[in-house]
Structure formats: C-alpha cells, structure tokens
Design a protein around this ligand. Sequence first.
Ligand SMILES: Nc1ncnc2c1ncn2[C@@H]1O[C@H](COP(=O)(O)OP(=O)(O)OP(=O)(O)O)[C@@H](O)[C@H]1O
Ligand SMILES: [Mg+2]
Length: 436
Amino acid sequence: MMENIAVALEEVSKHYDGGPEPVAAVSEVSLRIPAGEFVAVLGPSGSGKSTLLNLIAGLDSPTAGRILVGGRDLAYLGDNARSDLRLREIGFVFQSFNLFPTFTAEENVAWPVEFLRVRWREARRRAEAALAQVGLPPAVACRRPAQLSGGEQQRVAVARALVTEPRLLLADEPTGNLDSQTGQTILDLLRRLNVERHLTVVLVTHNALAASHAQRTVELHDGRIAREARGTITIMFSDIVGFSAMTERLGDVRVQEILHTHCAIVREQIAVYGGFEVKTQGDGFMIAFAGARRALGCAVAIQRAMAAYDEHAEAPVRLRIGLHTGEATREGYDFFGRSVIVAARIAAAARGGEILVSSLVRELTGGAKEFAFDGGRELELKGLSGLQRAFAVEWEPGRDPVRAHGVHREHADGHGPVLHPVASFPHLAAPHLAAR
Ligand SMILES: Nc1ncnc2c1ncn2[C@@H]1O[C@H](COP(=O)(O)OP(=O)(O)OP(=O)(O)O)[C@@H](O)[C@H]1O
Ligand SMILES: [Mg+2]
C-alpha cells in the first residue's frame, strides 16, 4: 500500500561552485517524511540545514537528486507552479525572517492570504488571529519590522507561515531568538497543529529540547545525514510462558488457534493505547509506546483480556510482560540500544501472568500512588552490568490498580510524565500495520 509521503528526497546534493573552493552544502541526502510527521533537523552551524530546507521549499534547485513535495517532483514544476505550491501548501519560516521592511507586522502576515484572493478585510482578520496565536499583542501588529525586537520579528515570521493553513511547515530555527517561555509557546503551537491538523513539520533547530517535540530527529554533518537520533520510549516485550510445551501437548492446529486469539487481543489493546508494534515473532511481541503510563495501561488491559479469555479456554495461556523506559535509537521501524535489551531481559524474568516493570517505569507511572506494585526484586540482567530492580504490577480485576484518569491524562497533553518522548507512534503504526 502507498504511504502518504509529504516530502521525499532521493540522493539529493547541493554544491556551490562559484567561490574559490566548491562547497558541498548537502550531499546525497535521502529522506522520507510521511504526511503528519514532526521531524527535527539538527546539526552544527554550516552543516546544511538551511540549504536542505530551501531545497525542499523549491527556493533552491539541487545539483543532483530528486525532490518530491506532496507527490510532485519539483524538477518538473515551472517557476509559477512552484510559487503556487509554496503559497498554497508550504509555510516557510526563514532563519533571517525575510519580512518586508515597509509593511507593518499585520501586513506582512496578511499578504499571502490576499495573494490567495481572499478579500483584504478577511485577510486582516486571519492575520490578527495568527498574530494572537504566536502571542503578539495588537499593539505590535501596526509596527514595521525595524520597530520590532528580534523575537517579535521571528513570531511575525511564524504567523505568516501559518496564516495560510499550509500542509507542510518548514521552519528554520523558529525559536532561536526567543526566551524559553515564548519558545515553548511556539513549539506547543506547532505540536498542536501537528496533532490536530495533521500539519507536517520540519523544524531546524540547535536546541535538543525543541527537538524533543519531534517524532523523529535527523542529524546533519557536513551536508550528510549522520544518524537518526535517539528518543525516549517505553518498550514492552510479551510472550506466552511455556508456548513450546503447549505445542507438544495440544498440537499445531489448536495452538495456532490460541496464537491467533492471543495476537488479536494484544493488537486490539495496542491500538487502544496508541502503541507501535515493532515486531512479532510467533507468540512474542515487541511494542513501543511514547509514554510509560500508556504502556502500563496497555499491559494491564492485555493481561485482563487474556484472563477473561482463559476462563473459557481448555488450556490457560499465561502471558509474561516486561516494561522499561529509556533512550533508544530508531532505525526505520526498529529500535536499538541498551534500554531495549533491558526491557527484553525484564520480560524474560517475569513469571506467567506477571507484568514486571523497571523502577523507572514504576516512577514514571506515578509509583505506588497510581498503580499497585509488589515490593520489587533485584534482577541480574544477563550480559548487562549492574542489577535492575523490577516490580510486579497487581493487575487482577477487582484490585483495580489503575486509576481511571491515568491514560487519558497522558493522551490529553501528549507527553510522557517526566522525560520527553521523541515519538508519538500512532502516525507510524498505521502504514506499518496496514502493510501486513
Ligand atoms: N550561496 C552559497 N554559496 C556558497 N556556499 C554556500 C551558500 N549558501 C550556503 N553555503 C555553504 O553551505 C554550507 C551549508 O550552509 P547552511 O546555511 O545550509 O548551513 P546551516 O546548517 O543552516 O548553518 P547555521 O546553523 O549556521 O544556520 C555552509 O558551508 C555554507 O557556507
Ligand atoms: Mg541555517
């Protein structure tokens, strides 16, 4: 099936040959940005971030390679068609703002709307609303750029990029001149538009905290993508205890049925709790969540659903689940790193019917105040140094360990409790799962 790709770069290079020495500003960059994704582009000064953004916006042409925006190959668009694409579908925040010096702030924001043949009164109204969204008071609206502070000019630039309600926002350091509070307001706005309006965001930033709003970070070094960066996620591993023995005892056909039911139950809960199915092998699942609370809620729901199924089954299916939160490196649809191994080891140490979590997960989910845990036990994690304290969650119905608001609260603000999750996986999960 076709994924909906907002931006695709295929081995794109941009070289400048005019100066005393040729500069490879961007070299062989391949990148796919699904519609609705929030991507942060990081990298040192001179690494090619602005060049990359200009190329995607069609403000600059690549020396080699192919760039598709909304499925259209920029190389085949004439100047007018490109301008039209920029005007209608792309919002661009320039690193140097690029405001018209003779226009007031409001006029700077209103003109793209007027270009779309909206009557000026309506254009003004939208400009006013956009300026308010970025936290600029009406008094600022009638001043010219020279009468505005750097941070105010930057916010005018953001308002201008958003006023046309673009599908794709390309923002070059949009918070570089802002204090942390105002910067946070802008980032929250972008995140909200990303979630609510499915706005695709490519955010160039030097700031790791700003980047933590993104689902994915791309790091440039000397014009090349250095690595897909790391993010904080909660990993869940689950499998059926004694699955091989069960196969011996019940035979392939019966076990196949049990396996199907088990997979259906697990997948249903993954969907409910917004998890991302990283991989499956037989009865084993690896699932990633943006937040620990969501992950634990899902684990409890799975155990309860399995227990309900067991009541009618001839052979009880005992599931063990392990959870751990930490930094992981994402590559494509997979995750790597120590945290992933820790999660797998914790799951392996769990007994049938148990949900075993690391102490960090226990903390992140509100600890004993929100869920009921046992006293914990020290685990020696094979192949890893140090001990890991793990706690079993008491999930049986009737004991009701989960406070009802737990999961919803996290859905509402979209953030993990203490750490900054890089990913919110529902966007990712859809094309991936549909491909099965
Ligand atoms: N028009 C140009 N002619 C020659 N070289 C250029 C031109 N524009 C950019 N470069 C060079 O290309 C490289 C990448 O520049 P770019 O502006 O993309 O970096 P950047 O990552 O945005 O840096 P910063 O964080 O400082 O904004 C730099 O070495 C820069 O000097
Ligand atoms: Mg730049």
